[in-house]
Design a protein around this ligand. Sequence first.
Ligand SMILES: Nc1ncnc2c1ncn2[C@@H]1O[C@H](COP(=O)(O)OP(=O)(O)OP(=O)(O)O)[C@@H](O)[C@H]1O
Ligand SMILES: [Mg+2]
Length: 342
Amino acid sequence: MAIIELDNVSKVFPRAHRGATPVSAVEDVTLHVEAGEIAGVIGYSGAGKSTLVRLINALEKTTSGTITVDGTRITGLSERRLQRVRLGIGMIFQQFNLFSSRTVWGNIAYPLQIAGVPKDQHQRRVSELLHFVGLADKAHSYPDQLSGGQKQRVGIARALATSPKVLLADEATSALDPETTQDVLRLLKKVNVELGITTVVITHEMEVVKSIADRVVVMERGRVVEDGSAFDVFAHPKHPTTKRFVGTLVADVPTGATLESLRANHPGRLVTLAFHDDSLPQSRAFAELAASGVEFELVHGGMEDVQGRSFGNLTLALRGPDDAIDSALGRLRVGLSATEVA
Ligand SMILES: Nc1ncnc2c1ncn2[C@@H]1O[C@H](COP(=O)(O)OP(=O)(O)OP(=O)(O)O)[C@@H](O)[C@H]1O
Ligand SMILES: [Mg+2]
């Protein structure tokens, strides 16, 4: 069941000044996020990612199309009713957006005040949230006294205060170092698994998507250009932009300087074999080469694991009689894709 539904949604920002052209930030986006999933939305700067999340929590109004969140159609809803809808949507940000004059406790209690939760219930809820995010000892600290990772944990606790069904994270780890990024991503995964909260993670880093997303949505110039399970998008990217993103993490057929260096250092024919769980297994492929009298050396590439499924491109330098190599490749190609590097 979809908990967030965007149907043919567009957002055009009017001209900023005379002579400027209107900006089409989101164009005809249809996207259904299933309840309980973590959807990763990736795109380069200006792709429309932030606008998309601001449309989902109704901080921006759609120019056309409709948005439904948890069964409520938010398009055209009054501001008063939107406030109720927003209580069901948590949001975290790149710059954390904490109140510097409030303690950690005060930051997390804030949404409870706004939602009109009776004060005698704050103690228990805030304390529960502090434990959940691992900051029980920081209740009386001020944001300035915390590391970036700790600030984002506070941000997450605050976003969860009113028990939302949906969490939107806009570049929530972009200000953090790689190790802290992984800590925060693990916490987001815990939020998803233990609390069952549907999560939309906006990022320009494929590493983030690879770590936690079940589903990957690629945006470019306001449009969704690819949408699929994390495994499919990583193992079989289709759109050129997706290929560029996947290429930042997964080795492909070598080109350019990498290829030159491989050629200089490894005699033989270079062939890239693509392995995934439906392809010929590695053991069979290597046995086939050996049985054909072809010598091989693994010179480039590697295997990746996404959602517990393995795939990758391995480039081999093959040596032996050309006809032996050709017939071995012919047999391999029945079970996998083998690209001879020109
Ligand atoms: N309030 C606004 N008024 C006018 N134009 C806007 C406004 N907000 C965003 N835009 C424009 O809409 C387009 C998409 O912007 P958006 O912030 O959604 O991109 P993004 O994918 O989040 O980029 P980034 O990765 O840099 O955060 C950009 O061209 C941007 O300049
Ligand atoms: Mg943005």
